[in-house]
Design a protein around this ligand. Structure first.
Ligand SMILES: NC(=O)c1ccc[n+]([C@@H]2O[C@H](COP(=O)([O-])OP(=O)(O)OC[C@H]3O[C@@H](n4cnc5c(N)ncnc54)[C@H](O)[C@@H]3O)[C@@H](O)[C@H]2O)c1
Length: 249
């Protein structure tokens, strides 16, 4: 079914409906023939603004309510075919100044909405707002429908480095004498995908692995006395790193 016909006559609830995305979505849904309810808390200085729907306010139902209010949500979800959940506290600064309110609206209230659906309208289709953090940096702007999906860089300042996990090196690889080959294969792949640093850590009892890493040019940066616990006793471990741009001797 095409979007042009699939919303005709359908009952759609939009939380955060007087905000930027909600009000534009609401306008489009009305054009497509949906029966639209826009709900919004209109908390001062948040994104909700009556101006956003001034041109079509007579064609929708507007409900001033708060997604934190369970009884309001229990009531509003009833009879809806679709729910676009766009209510949110979107200010990064406010999330630092008042983190508990941010948590209440952006996290706890998601459960309030879902629980309302589960208990009062389990067949409603729910659409949540995402963020560009999910699909990473766009290849080009404006973002088109077809984009290369890159892994999310949760921490861009450290996106140049990777972790060489040591568990796969022992004991199988060392037992068959292929540990060096595997480590070098990992390094080559890391270089190929643009990483310039590999970090690793290893238990001090894994002497063969430590010798191998040292011979591969890994620099030791520290020792952790309580790295692991075996049979109730602490075992130390080492941390290493390697600059992949360094040419091995
Ligand atoms: N605009 C973007 O580029 C973008 C990008 C990624 C994600 N998002 C997400 O999309 C959603 C909508 O974003 P937007 O740009 O339209 O923001 P917006 O601030 O314009 O809209 C959010 C709306 O939610 C309402 N709201 C806030 N707290 C509420 C509460 N407790 N109960 C009911 N309503 C409440 C606000 O009044 C506002 O109208 C948000 O969840 C946002 O994080 C937006």
């Amino acid at each position: 079914m095409s979007p042009e016909t699939s919303y005709r006559g359908r009952r759609v609830l939009v939380t955060g409906g007087l905000g930027f995305i909600g009000s534009n979505l609401g306008r489009r849904l009305v054009e497509l023939g949906a029966e639209v309810t826009l709900m919004d808390s209109m908390i001062k200085d948040y994104g909700g603004n009556a101006f956003n729907i001034a041109d079509y306010k007579d064609k929708v139902r507007v409900n001033i309510a708060d997604v934190r209010d369970r009884s309001a949500m229990d009531h509003l979800v009833q009879g809806q075919d679709m729910l676009f959940n766009l209510a949110g506290q979107v200010s990064h600064i406010d999330s630092m100044v008042d983190p508990f309110t941010d948590l209440e609206i952006n996290c706890r209230s998601q459960l309030t909405v879902l629980e309302a659906c589960r208990n009062h309208n389990p067949s409603v289709k729910v659409v949540f707002a995402g963020t560009r953090q999910v699909y990473g940096r766009p290849e080009s702007l404006p973002v088109s429908e077809a984009q290369l999906v890159r892994p999310t860089k949760n921490n861009e300042a450290q996106a140049h480095s990777g972790q060489l996990t040591t568990s796969f090196m022992a004991p199988w690889a060392r037992g068959y004498g292929v540990a060096r080959m595997i480590a070098e294969a990992v390094e080559n792949h890391a270089r190929k995908i643009g990483l310039s640093v590999l970090n690793l850590d290893v238990r001090e009892t894994q002497e063969a692995a430590i010798t191998l890493y040292r011979s591969l040019g890994y620099h030791e940066i520290g020792r952790h006395e309580h790295y692991a616990r075996v049979d109730g006793k602490f075992v130390a471990g080492f941390y290493f790193w390697k600059d992949l741009r360094e040419v091995s001797a």
